[in-house]
Ligand binder design. Structure first.
Ligand code: NAD
Ligand code: UD1
Length: 338
């Protein structure tokens, strides 16, 4: 079955293409490369021995989507394409709403017209309200997002939920990712943020390789075991496999399903720093800095529903995450520019 993968050249999309091919699916990618390189897809082909038809362009370009559907028989779609930088979304809200929501709506319109009504959406744990008890379940309260990026995910889910309610032929799966980290074990694909990384793991690995002087640990006075923020880090290959499991669910159900993709384990910032140092034999100098606005003390998933309904669990542990991040970083210090 052909799977349309929007944003397939990106970090999570490229890893998912590997798992799709390995599970016998054929990814067809559309990406405008605004935050990625087409080299990632060449590397996916190198890893898998498969071929990936690639359309460079914007998901909001309805004519291009129509051409893709004319030229390929699509069975379902995975919609990764979107802008994802939290801070930038606060500065450029219109760009975020325009890109993330219009892409989702254009894609759904074309899919409906073509009678392909099976869609997986990249949502985020950021849709959960900050006042929930841990662990977060799919039934936990959502909303009260602290930035436009978070709202685009919240609204994106809602759009799909409403579409599935209005037309029972639709099957949509909203996947709420926790904190994706790591890279494919080959070291051929991984995450390469532009500029100064916002997220912890790329910052740790860029510090270890000497690109950054030290890591700022944002707060050590949280109500957590060591005072630093606790998150549910999930290996990107496990996350990618979660999409394959979701396709199987999508093909057998209609309506809307929502699933957490997390491990259920919370690790603190210092846990991650110390694991990274000991697994890789490197130093990660750090200083304690003030808290970052908008951060929660603790955030982790209850992955029980994904385990029971999708038959999916994350098999990779913290050591795997640290080792594979470093393998990618040290082999590709400048990402795909090398
Ligand atoms: P990424 O930036 O590496 O991948 C997104 C891809 O979409 C990029 O290749 C980009 O060029 C492309 N893109 C963006 N807008 C587009 C458009 N209008 N048309 C065509 N292509 C477009 O990000 P990622 O980390 O792989 O994230 C994938 C998805 O998962 C995003 O929707 C993101 O919001 C969501 N998500 C990511 C995380 C995370 O921590 N990485 C967490 C939760 C949710
Ligand atoms: C952040 C976003 C979230 C988004 C997710 C994508 C915010 C407030 N939240 O989540 O909306 O969905 O990225 O992956 O931006 N940390 C440091 N030093 C650093 C970087 C991070 O100490 O240089 C700490 C943070 O305070 C946090 C933990 O590391 O406790 C994880 O941070 P990060 O990787 O940015 O992820 P989230 O904040 O969970």
């Amino acid at each position: 079955m052909n799977v349309l993968v929007t944003g397939g050249a990106g970090y999570i999309g490229s890893h998912t293409c590997v798992e799709l091919i390995e599970a016998g699916y054929q990814p067809i990618v559309i990406d405008n490369l605004c935050n990625s390189s087409a080299k990632s897809l060449q590397r996916v082909q190198q890893i898998t021995g498969g071929q990936i038809p690639f359309y460079q362009g914007d998901v909001r370009d309805e004519a291009l989507l129509n051409r893709i559907f004319d030229e390929n028989t699509i069975g379902c779609a995975i919609h990764f394409a979107g802008l994802k930088a939290v801070g930038e979304s606060v500065e450029k809200p219109l760009e975020y709403y325009e890109n993330n929501l219009c892409a989702t709506m254009t894609l759904c319109r074309v899919m409906a017209k073509r009678g392909v009504k099976k869609l997986i959406f990249s949502s985020s744990a950021t849709v959960y309200s900050g006042d929930n008890e841990m662990p977060l379940r799919e039934t936990s309260k959502t909303g009260n997002c602290t930035n436009p990026y978070g709202w685009t995910k919240y609204m994106g889910e809602q759009i799909l939920r409403d579409i599935a309610k209005a037309d029972p032929a639709w099957s949509v799966v909203n996947l709420r990712y926790f904190n994706p980290v790591g890279a494919h074990e080959s070291g051929l694909i991984g995450e390469h943020p532009n500029g100064i990384p916002n997220n912890l793991m790329p910052y740790i690995s860029q510090t270890a390789i000497g690109k950054r002087d030290h890591l700022n640990v944002f707060g050590n006075d949280y109500p957590t075991p060591d005072g630093t923020g606790v998150r549910d880090y999930i290996h990107v290959v496990d996350l990618a496999k979660g999409h394959v499991a979701a396709i199987e669910y999508l093909m057998q159900h209609t309506g809307e399903g929502v699933f957490n993709l997390g491990t259920g384990h919370g690790y603190s910032v210092l846990d991650m720093v110390h694991a990274f140092e000991s697994v890789n034999g490197v130093k990660v100098p750090y200083v304690i800095a003030p808290r970052r606005a908008g951060d929660l003390p603790t955030c982790y998933a209850d992955p029980g529903k994904s385990r029971e309904v999708l038959g999916w669990t994350a098999g990779r542990d913290q050591n795997d995450m640290c080792r594979d991040t470093w393998n990618w970083q040290s082999k590709n210090p400048n990402g795909y520019d090398d």
